[in-house]
Design a protein around this ligand. Structure first.
Ligand code: 13P
Length: 338
């Protein structure tokens, strides 16, 4: 298979109406925080047990087209000795891998951060491919304050994201491009819209500069909402209106799929907002989900680290996956929460 055929096949499998992506690629500190919330101590074995349970959920592939894994998971095996990436693939779920090395403060840009991990990325991708990964994810973060993100941070982060995406495609790996504008803060929804527009338009300028093929990438953005410190509850219609207005301005129609992160929204909010976007008039992209917390929170609560809770946790995951699948088709309603 040529590199181009690999990219075409993977994007076709990932971007399907009615399906989204499960983000299960939490770094060690993040998964430790999620486990702690349900009274579980994070260890390699507990992470393996938990993530095996997720990937081995029957019918997951009816609602989920891909799963983003953390590097450790890619090398782990199920109880019966199968690589976890092949457990996902056998459920019809394409395995992917988080390849960035995390973020840190950006020098000379107070309050801004930059993501690292480009060095040796090509070689790492070849290794990940051997372990079954067919797509990748790289996350940049942008804080909103009166002065952040700075122009320097917007440009530098866009450049890094575009270089990552170009390297992925050269290896036949579909890149998920994730510029996360954080929900933290007391900003208005209008300010979030302005920042998202500036960030995403700069990302596409860089992607074009680096000749990234837009047809074989996925954008993973935040939804446009007010900051979480405002305590304001915005209607799903308002979120949809602001978010789509920004995307129509800056996301080329050549991009096949936009898969949102949940970014601290509750599971129900994330589903409701996605549904409102898909109740809208026709759009050039498939609008779907790539949720971490909003898909996993109920499953983590149901599991609580106890092996015999495995099927309860799988049912909780499947329920959120199904409701979000309906939301990608604009067919979700709150009474389905039951
Ligand atoms: P959340 O949906 O929990 O924001 O996670 C998505 C993700 O992959 C962040 O990088």
């Amino acid at each position: 298979m040529t590199i181009q055929e690999e990219l075409n096949n993977t994007i076709r499998e990932l971007v399907q109406p009615g399906k989204g992506i499960l983000a299960a690629d939490e770094s060690h500190p993040t998964i430790a925080k999620r486990f702690k919330a349900v009274g579980v101590e994070s260890s390699e074995e507990k992470r393996r047990e938990y993530r095996s349970l997720l990937l081995d959920t029957q019918e997951l592939g009816s609602y989920v087209s891909g799963v983003i894994l953390f590097e450790e998971t890619l090398g782990q095996k199920s109880n019966d000795g199968k690589l976890l990436s092949s457990v996902a693939a056998s459920r019809g779920v394409v395995p992917g891998i988080k390849v960035d090395k995390g973020k840190g403060p950006m020098v000379n840009a107070p309050g801004d951060e930059i993501t690292e991990g480009l060095d040796g990325l090509g070689q790492r991708l070849e290794k990940y491919k051997e372990l079954g990964a067919r797509f990748a994810k790289w996350r940049n973060v942008y804080h909103i304050t009166e002065t952040n993100p700075s122009r320097a941070a917007i440009e530098a982060n866009a450049e890094v994201l575009a270089r990552y995406a170009a390297i992925c495609q050269s290896c036949g790996v579909v890149p998920i491009v994730e510029p996360e504008v954080l929900i933290d803060g007391s900003h208005t929804i209008e300010r979030s819209a302005d920042v998202n527009e500036a960030v995403i338009s700069e990302v596409f300028r860089a992607l074009q500069r680096h000749r990234v093929e837009l047809e074989t990438m996925i954008l993973k953005p935040s939804m446009v909402t007010p900051g979480n410190a405002t305590g304001q509850k915005t209607s799903a219609e308002e979120v949809a209106e602001h978010t789509l207005r920004v995307f129509r301005r800056v996301v080329p129609a050549a991009v096949p799929g936009i898969n949102f992160l949940s970014g601290g929204q509750t599971p129900e909010e994330a589903t409701r907002n996605l549904n409102a976007m898909n109740s809208n008039t026709s759009m050039p992209w498939v609008l779907s989900f790539s949720y971490g917390r909003a898909l996993q929170e109920p499953a983590q609560k149901a599991w609580a680290g106890i092996s015999s809770n495995r099927s309860a946790a799988q049912n909780a995951l499947l329920k959120r996956a199904k409701l979000n699948s309906l939301a990608t088709l604009g067919r979700y309603s709150a009474d389905m929460e039951g």
